[in-house]
Design a protein around this ligand. Structure first.
Ligand SMILES: *Cc1c(COP(=O)(O)O)cnc(C)c1O
Length: 375
């Protein structure tokens, strides 16, 4: 790893610290009809399903915008107007899917869990058995709100066994955590150029089952967020329907090369896991405790409970870390004050060790104690 990364290092859920080759690729201008750009879009669209072992079953349909644009496009394109969606909710991103479905006029209900509990496949099974009118289930793979890992295979089995369709928000998991669509039955998997693929933000995409995509014409609530129409445009001439995010696609193409060079999804997941292990061990040694028990925690982003010490002030802590070139993220929970530290992007265990040294020195510099007692 070289060190021409920009500072501060982003220990956040995204945007993330990127490789210089990714940023360099974003530095070229392409016209939308430029054959080089059309070929690049084509290659990116082919490479994405392969990352989930879905080259034969699913098509990648990209859409301009952040991840939420992809989620809204996917729900609007795949859930029929007379369908019914059940969203398993254990964090802000599950809640957002429910809100999207309500906003675009799809019948939706939430199945709520504590934010510190995983989605329980047995409760989901009961909900589906009790209501045969539910056609689709949406679930978040890694709930970035807390960093919690939902049991996606068990959830998919429950949904498939009851003949319903599964839509997975894999935004903060895709490219790093295992996702094999020959083992998991899902109608769609949503992700973005940013996050674990380590591109720059600006493009979302959905891997959609070929048959379901073909059957989805005319269903979308929106002109721009219609993935069926978007796919038709690509099928016709390889071009994006509206102004393409050319720089984002070029950066993603370079980011996919880097993913291959790193050793693919397992190797990327292993690097994040090494970051995560260094982080949680080091923070524990400094007296910080995690919100979640280790068995529910994904190696993507980790929530720490703020120290009880009244001398601890999150803003001063944040400013201290940024002054030393590390950006972290505030918590997203209502009950307990927390903060989050991300392990994704061009971040390596050595960076985490330097971060820990900085947290260590912040204790004396800011005059607080982190020992909050055992869980
Ligand atoms: C980041 C993220 C999204 C999309 O958020 P945007 O801010 O629109 O990119 C959706 N779901 C999950 C789980 C995420 O982590």
């Amino acid at each position: 790893m070289t060190d021409d990364r920009t500072r501060p290092l982003l220990l956040t859920p995204g945007p993330l610290t990127t490789h210089s080759r990714v940023r360099a690729a974003a530095g070229a201008d392409y016209g939308s009809r430029d054959p080089a750009f059309v070929a690049m879009s084509d290659t990116v669209r082919t490479r994405l399903p392969a990352l989930a072992n879905a080259a034969d079953t699913h098509v990648a349909v990209p859409v301009q915008g952040s991840g939420t644009f992809g989620v809204e496009a996917t729900l609007g394109t795949l859930v029929p107007r007379d369908g019914r969606l059940l969203v398993a909710i254990n964090g802000a991103y599950g809640r957002r899917m429910q809100q999207i479905a309500q906003t675009i006029g799809r019948k939706v209900q939430g199945l709520a869990f504590e934010e510190t509990d995983a989605v329980d496949p047995a409760r989901l099974a009961d909900a589906l058995d009790a209501d045969p009118g539910i056609t689709h289930v949406a679930v978040v793979y890694c709930e970035t709100t807390t960093g919690l890992l939902n049991p996606i295979e068990a959830i998919a089995d429950v949904v498939a066994a009851r003949g319903r369709e599964l839509l997975i928000d894999a935004m903060s998991a895709f490219g790093a955590l295992p996702l094999d669509l020959t083992r998991i039955r899902a109608q769609a998997v949503m992700a973005s150029s940013n996050k674990c693929l380590e591109g720059i933000p600006g493009m979302a995409f959905s891997l959609i089952e070929r048959g379901a995509l073909a059957a989805s014409g005319g269903r979308a609530h929106s002109l721009a967020l219609d993935l069926h129409a978007q796919h038709e445009a690509f099928a016709k001439n390889g071009q994006w329907r509206f102004t393409p995010p050319t720089h984002v696609v070029a950066a993603l193409s370079a980011a996919l090369d880097l993913l291959d060079e790193e050793g693919g999804v397992p190797a990327r997941g292993a690097r994040y896991a090494a970051n995560h292990a260094a982080l949680t061990e080091g923070m524990a040694a400094l007296g910080f405790r995690t919100l979640l028990p280790a068995e529910l925690q994904a190696p993507i982003i980790t929530t720490f409970v703020q120290p009880d010490d009244p001398a601890f002030d999150f803003t001063r802590f944040y400013d201290y870390l940024v002054a030393h070139d590390f950006a972290i993220y505030p918590g997203k929970l209502t009950e307990s004050p927390t903060f989050r530290v991300g392990c994704i992007g061009q971040i390596f265990p050595d960076d985490i060790r330097r971060f820990l040294a900085c947290v260590d020195s912040s204790r004396a510099a800011l005059g607080y104690s982190a020992a909050t007692g055992a869980r």
